[in-house]
Design a protein around this ligand. Sequence first.
Ligand SMILES: Nc1ncnc2c1ncn2[C@@H]1O[C@H](COP(=O)(O)OP(=O)(O)OP(=O)(O)O)[C@@H](O)[C@H]1O
Length: 255
Amino acid sequence: MEKHKNVIIEASKLNKNFKTGDIEQQVISDMNITIYEGDFTVIMGSSGAGKSTLMYVLSGMDRATSGSIVYKGEDIVSYSDDKLAVFRRKNCGFVFQQMYLLEKMSLIDNVVTAGSLVEKNKSLVKEHTKELLKKVNIEETLWHKFPSQISGGEAQRVGIVRSLINTPAVVFADEPTGALNSSNSDVVLDVFSKINNEGQSVIMVTHDKKSALRANRIIYLKDGKIFGELKLENYNINDHHREELLNNFLAEMEW
Ligand SMILES: Nc1ncnc2c1ncn2[C@@H]1O[C@H](COP(=O)(O)OP(=O)(O)OP(=O)(O)O)[C@@H](O)[C@H]1O
C-alpha cells in the first residue's frame, strides 16, 4: 500500500538519552521510523513516552545521542549546526502549544519578516501572509495590531501562519491546539488538512482523539519505542468508520 509513497524522513537505530546529574534516561530507544511524503502522521502515546523528544530529534532541533536520520536521501546527523539551521529554515515548519510572537512588531510584520528570510520578493510574501491570515480567521482589522493587543488564541493562530509562511515541506506540530478552544482548534486543523491535501507533510503530536482523526497514519509510542501503528484513509469529515478504528486501536494500546 505504501509503495507509491516517497520516504521523506528515515531514522534508524535512533537513541536519545538525557543525563540529569548521575542519572541517564533513555527517552528514545533504538527506534526505526519512516515518515512518508504527503502523509499526515500523528504521534500519540502516554505522557513521558518520548513524543516531543522524537519531534525535536527528527526535525534537527536537537541532536540524537546515536542513530541516523536521513531526510530526502541526505544524512542530516552529519550536518554542522549552521547547516542544520539552514536545513530547518528551508524545509521545516514548527508549531507548538504556545507560539511566541515578537512583541515589538505588528502581527503582519511578524509573519512577513519570517517569510522574507526565504523569499526575497516582499510583495509576494505579503500576499501569501494575507491569504494565510484569512485562512485562520484573523480578520484584517487585527493585522496591524501588536501581540499584546490580541487574545491568546489569536496569537496562536498568527504564530501558526508564521510557521507556514515559507510553505515548509514538513510541518512539525506539537500539541498545536492544546491552548485553543474547540472552534479555533477546528480552524487550525482545517488548515493542516488543507496544506496536507496540497502536498505538505504534517507530523503532529496530540493527546486529542478528534485531532488525531486528521491523520492517515497514527504511530503510538510507549517507553521510547513504537508500540503500534494504525493506517487510516485520508480525512473525510463524514467518515465515522475512522473514529471506530481509532477507538479500537487506542483500546488495544491501553491508552
Ligand atoms: N531536556 C531534557 N532534559 C532532561 N530530560 C528530558 C528533557 N526533555 C525531556 N526529558 C525527559 O524525557 C522524557 C520524555 O519527554 P517528552 O517530552 O518527549 O515526552 P512526551 O511523550 O512528549 O510527554 P507529554 O505527553 O507529557 O508531553 C520525560 O521523562 C522527560 O522528563
